[in-house]
Ligand binder design. Structure first.
Ligand SMILES: [Zn+2]
Length: 286
C-alpha cells in the first residue's frame, strides 16, 4: 500500500540549486531519475542544501520521491536548474522554449526550466526504480494535477527529461518507454495505483478500505483512500479477493452484495458522482 506521504523541507536559497526566481507559469512537469543509486530523498536534501554549494554545480529539482516519501525541496512557484543542461541544450519540445529577459539563462534556444516543476525518482542500491517509488510518483503527479488543473492533460503535460533535451533521463524509462507509459496511466487513473490484484489463498482481515463503483468515482476514491491511508478496490476486484474488511467505505453504487465482505459499511454514495464527492468531503470533515 503506497501513500503520498508528502513532506516539505526547503533547501536554503542559493545561486546553485535554489536561485529563487519565480516560474513564468507551470506549463509542464519534467520527470527525472537521480542517477545516484542508494541515495534517498533526505540524502538529496543534504546534497542540494550543502554539497552543491561547495562544489559550485548548477542543478536542482523541486520534489524527490523515494520508496517511503516525497520530499519538496523547492517551493513549487520557484524555478531551478532541472532540465536545461546548463541552458545550452537544444530543446526538442517546442512548447517549452521559454525566453524571458529577466533571466540570463533564457537565451539561445529558450529555457524549459522557466516553465517546469521537476520531479526526481530516487534509485535503489541496484540502480532500479522501486515499484513503490513509481507508484508514489504517480500520486505526486495527481497531487500536482489537483494543485495545477492545467496539468490534468496528463499525456501532454508530463514529460521525461529525455523528451525535452534528449538526455538519457530517467534512464530506465528511456530504455523501456512502457515503464513511463505505465506511470502516466497510473497518474491518469487508467491503472489503479494501489489495487490489490492477486487473490489471496486465505481470507485476510483488513482494517479499512475504500470501494468504488465505477471509474466515475475513481478520483474521489483515491483521495479518500490516500487520506485514510488504506487500500482502494473496485467492485469486481473486491468480489474476487478473499479478504474481510473491518470498515468498508462505499464510494458510488449501492451497498448490495458488500455485506459479506465487511463488518461495517460506511455508505458515502450519492445520487451522482458530484453528490458522492460532496459526501466524501463532508465525511472527511473538510
Ligand atoms: Zn534529468
Amino acid at each position: 500500500m503506497v501513500v503520498l506521504n508528502y513532506q516539505k523541507k526547503h533547501i536554503r536559497k542559493n545561486e546553485f540549486s535554489r536561485p529563487g526566481y519565480k516560474l513564468l507559469r507551470v506549463q509542464a512537469v519534467m520527470d527525472h531519475y537521480t542517477a545516484n543509486p542508494g541515495a534517498d530523498a533526505e540524502d538529496h536534501f543534504e546534497y542540494f542544501d550543502k554539497t552543491i554549494i561547495q562544489i559550485k554545480r548548477y542543478a536542482g529539482a523541486h520534489i524527490f520521491v523515494d520508496r517511503y516519501k516525497a520530499l519538496e525541496l523547492i517551493p513549487l512557484d520557484e524555478g531551478t536548474f532541472g532540465g536545461n543542461d546548463g541552458g545550452n541544450a537544444t530543446l526538442k519540445l517546442q512548447t517549452l522554449r521559454a525566453r524571458d529577459p529577466r533571466y540570463p539563462t533564457s537565451t539561445g534556444d529558450g529555457n524549459a526550466n522557466l516553465l517546469c516543476i521537476h520531479v526526481e525518482m530516487c534509485l535503489e542500491p541496484d540502480g532500479t526504480i522501486h515499484p513503490d517509488t513509481i507508484k508514489r510518483t504517480a500520486l505526486v503527479h495527481q497531487m500536482l494535477q489537483r494543485k495545477f488543473p492545467q496539468l490534468k492533460d496528463t499525456y501532454n503535460r508530463f514529460v521525461r527529461h529525455f523528451d525535452v533535451t534528449g538526455k538519457n533521463c530517467p534512464a530506465p524509462m528511456v530504455k523501456n518507454p512502457s515503464l513511463y507509459k505505465n506511470l502516466l496511466d497510473m497518474t491518469h487513473g487508467l491503472i489503479p495505483i494501489n489495487l490489490v490484484s492477486k487473490p489471496k489463498e486465505e481470507e485476510e482481515m483488513i482494517k479499512m478500505a475504500v470501494v468504488v463503483y465505477s471509474d466515475a468515482d475513481l478520483s474521489v476514491g483515491y483521495d479518500l483512500a490516500n487520506e485514510k491511508k488504506c487500500g482502494l478496490y473496485n467492485r469486481k476486484s473486491l468480489a474476487n479477493e478473499k479478504l474481510k474488511i473491518n470498515e468498508l467505505m462505499v464510494v458510488g453504487g449501492s451497498t448490495e452484495g458488500l455485506k459479506d465482505k465487511t463488518n461495517r459499511i460506511i455508505d458515502l454514495s450519492g445520487a451522482n458522482r458530484w453528490d458522492t464527492r460532496k459526501k466524501v468531503i463532508s465525511y472527511l470533515g473538510k
